[in-house]
Each structure stands twice: as C-alpha cells, then as structure tokens.
Write a protein that binds this ligand. Structure first.
Ligand SMILES: NC(=O)c1ccc[n+]([C@@H]2O[C@H](COP(=O)([O-])OP(=O)(O)OC[C@H]3O[C@@H](n4cnc5c(N)ncnc54)[C@H](O)[C@@H]3O)[C@@H](O)[C@H]2O)c1
Length: 374
C-alpha cells in the first residue's frame, strides 16, 4: 500500500483573523468549518497580539499560538511559513525563516525597498528553500486569461497599460498607522500601487523596465493628528518605460479630490469613493481586466466580448489558487510563478519610482544597485 505523503506543516506570522493571509489557505468543509487546503496542516501561528493569535488559533484549529515568531521558529518543526506581518518586518522575518530552514510565502510588498530585497535574494540563493511573494491577483481567472490572450497575440503589439486605484478625499488620514509612515513600509505606491503595477506587468509578460518618471504628494498630511508622523505619499503618479518599448502609467491615492465614476461598487452614490482601472492596449485589441472585457477589431468596426476565462478558475478565490500553487511548488520542488527574480525586479521598479518622485527627475533602472554590486 502506498504511504500517504506527509502533510506540510505550516506556520503563520501576523494574522488578524479577518485578514487575507490565512483565509487564503482555509476552505469551508461540509459542516461549514474552515479547514486547511489539501496537503497542509495548520501547525502554529505567531502574533504579537495574544488575543488576535488566540482567536485565529481557535477559528482555524492551529495546534499552538505564540506571541514571538522567533519562539515559534525555535520550538516548531515547520516546513513552511506564511508572513503577513506589517511591511517593515517582512525582510527580517524572511531572513529568520530561511535561517530556520523553512519555505517562505511573504505578503506584498516582499520588502520595504530594493536594497532590502537584494538582501533577501542573497539569502534565498544561499538556501535550498522555496521563496514566493504574495500577489494573488495574478492567480485570478481574468489575469490568467489576459496573460494568455497577450501570449497568443490577440492584442497584437502590446504597447501600453494603465492602472489606477483611487480613494477619494481623505480616506486614510489617520497618521497613526504604519501605512502613513514611509520608514515602516507605508505610502500609497507600495501599499496599493504594487497591486496594479504588478498585475499589468505580469499580464504583459514581465518585460524588463528601463526608466521611470514619478511624482508624489502627501496631500492630506495637514489633517493627520500628528503631521510629523505622516511621512508617506498619499497621491502617487508614474510612468514606466520597458525594454520592449511598452509603457505602464499609474495613479494611486489614499485620498484625492477627484470625483469617481458613478456606479463603481456603490450604485447608490452619484460618484464612487473608491475605484480601480487596469487596462492593457495593443495594436489589435485591448483588455479591461477589472471589467473582464476584450475589445478587438478595427477603429470603425469593433467587437466587445467577455474575456475567455478558464471555467476551472472562475469564481475561485485567487488566494486559494495561489496557496495551492505554493504547496505544489514545495511538493514538486518546482519554481514558483511569483519568483524571487520577479520580486527583485518589482522592488527595483518601486524604489526607482520613489527615487524619481523624491529627486523630481527621470530615473534609469541601471542607476540602482545590481545584485552583483550588493
Ligand atoms: N495581499 C493583499 O491583498 C494584502 C491586503 C492587506 C494587507 N496586505 C499586507 O499584509 C501585511 C499586514 O497588513 P495588515 O494591515 O494586516 O497589518 P497589521 O498592522 O494589522 O498587522 C498584521 C498582524 O501582525 C501582527 N504583528 C504586528 N507586529 C508583530 C510582530 N512583531 N510579531 C508578530 N505579530 C505582529 C499584528 O498584531 C496584526 O495581527 C502588510 O505587509 C500588507 O501590505 C496584503
């Protein structure tokens, strides 16, 4: 009789039960209880907030809960760890996990900046463990269909992408969270911008970035309880040119004096207080990823259709698809789709964008350190 494959023992670092990380690994069973996806067991978790940790332990049936993640790494015989800690802790937690010889899945952004990312990449190279960063949108049915349409040449020469995530006027003017503190990994570019930028970049086939131009403004700083603590950008605009001559332009705001289109998410409002745009254009067609639409044909005779999505992915939470992929990569020793090399390129783009905004000039990517210079 075939011996069953042992389950992968997973630990989680930093998880409010309401948050995404853990929910991406849990599915309801027939009794409507949340159970781990096949192939894994929820072994342990660590959250500095004992109450949150305890709540998550009970809800998901973890064996043990810790308040110090280093204790968890020391005491448990884990195979893999999922890091959903605040951004400023991603680098150290990843290094600690690799040193403890466990596979890592780390939430976005994979690091606070490019230099931190290079440290992580060096540690991954020294280790024989899998490293993957969380970018669940890549695993959605529409993203997969978009990438496949582009690969199959349905859009012709793909030359432009546009991405926006706008929250109107002062949505996040609290100034008391890491999200509005740049050193702690805050700012709208790295918090929201990373989603749209990575999605378009992935769907367009991860072209090599060449230069970037950006502008940032903390437009609502004056309303924060302590403006000195409000160091992050809350309005960010950019333009990236790639080696294949395609471009991506982006606009992101935690709060912005702009009236959103009617009917986006909240049909009862005359305007939307939050909306997103993710569109890719080619010489023969274009895709609206948010709307799941494909436009083809000539300028006078166009055809609008639904994106041809894979029915096996339709309606499935992309976090679950992503988690299954991570588990499969561990089981089959296969390279993750969200690879370390892509994490390095992504963080290089984000750091170049921040530098461009700060220096108020175009930045060439080759102005930044390379891994060999590190
Ligand atoms: N993939 C996504 O779509 C998505 C969505 C939201 C947030 N995120 C990312 O998830 C991360 C966490 O965001 P958040 O809003 O949940 O942050 P948060 O500030 O709520 O912290 C998350 C958890 O980490 C715990 N924590 C904080 N410091 C800790 C420490 N030293 N040791 C152990 N636990 C600690 C907190 O108690 C909390 O339960 C961020 O990097 C964010 O970018 C990703």
């Amino acid at each position: 009789m075939k011996t069953p494959t042992p389950k992968i023992k997973i630990g989680f670092m930093g998880l409010r039960p309401s948050r995404f990380g853990i929910r991406g690994f849990a599915v309801p069973n027939e009794a409507d209880e949340l159970v781990p996806i096949p192939g894994i067991e929820f072994t342990a978790l660590a959250d500095i907030n004992a109450e949150s940790g305890q709540a998550a332990k009970e809800l998901f049936g973890f064996k043990r809960a810790y308040t110090d993640y280093r204790e968890m790494l020391k005491n448990e015989d884990l195979d893999a760890v999922v890091i959903t800690l605040p951004t400023s802790l991603h680098k150290q937690a990843t290094l600690d996990c690799l040193a403890a010889n466990v596979h890592v899945l780390c939430d976005k952004p994979p690091a606070n900046d490019y230099e931190e990312m290079l440290e992580i990449a060096a540690a991954v190279e020294r280790s024989d463990k899998q490293y993957m960063f969380i970018r669940q949108s890549r695993f959605s049915a529409v993203a997969q269909a978009t990438r496949q349409c582009i690969q199959a040449g349905k859009l012709g020469n793909v030359y432009a992408g546009e991405t926006k995530w706008i929250r109107t006027r002062g949505a996040q003017v609290r100034g008391d969270t890491w999200r509005t503190n740049k050193e702690k990994g805050g700012g709208v570019l790295i918090d929201l911008g990373i989603h749209g930028l990575d999605l378009l970049w992935y769907c367009m086939g991860n072209p090599t970035p060449v230069e970037v131009t950006a502008s940032e403004t903390p437009a609502f700083k004056q309303f924060a309880p302590d403006p000195e603590q409000y160091t992050a950008d809350d309005n960010f605009f950019f333009w990236i040119r790639f080696e294949n001559e395609a471009i991506i332009q982006g606009s992101f705001a935690f709060g912005m004096n702009q009236v959103g289109p009617k009917g986006w998410k909240k049909p009862e409002l005359d305007y939307s207080d939050e909306w997103q745009v993710n569109q890719i254009c080619g010489t023969q067609g274009g895709i609206d990823i948010v709307g799941g639409k494909l436009i083809t044909g000539s300028s006078t005779d166009f055809e609008l259709s639904q994106l041809p999505v894979d029915p096996a992915l339709e309606g499935i939470n992309p976090m679950i698809t992503q988690a299954k992929h991570f588990v499969e990569c561990i089981q089959q020793n296969k390279k993750p789709q969200n690879s370390i090399e892509q994490a390095v390129q992504l963080m290089k783009m984000l750091s170049a964008l921040s530098k461009s905004a700060e220096m108020k000039r175009t930045i060439r990517l080759d102005e930044l350190l390379t891994s060999t210079e590190n």
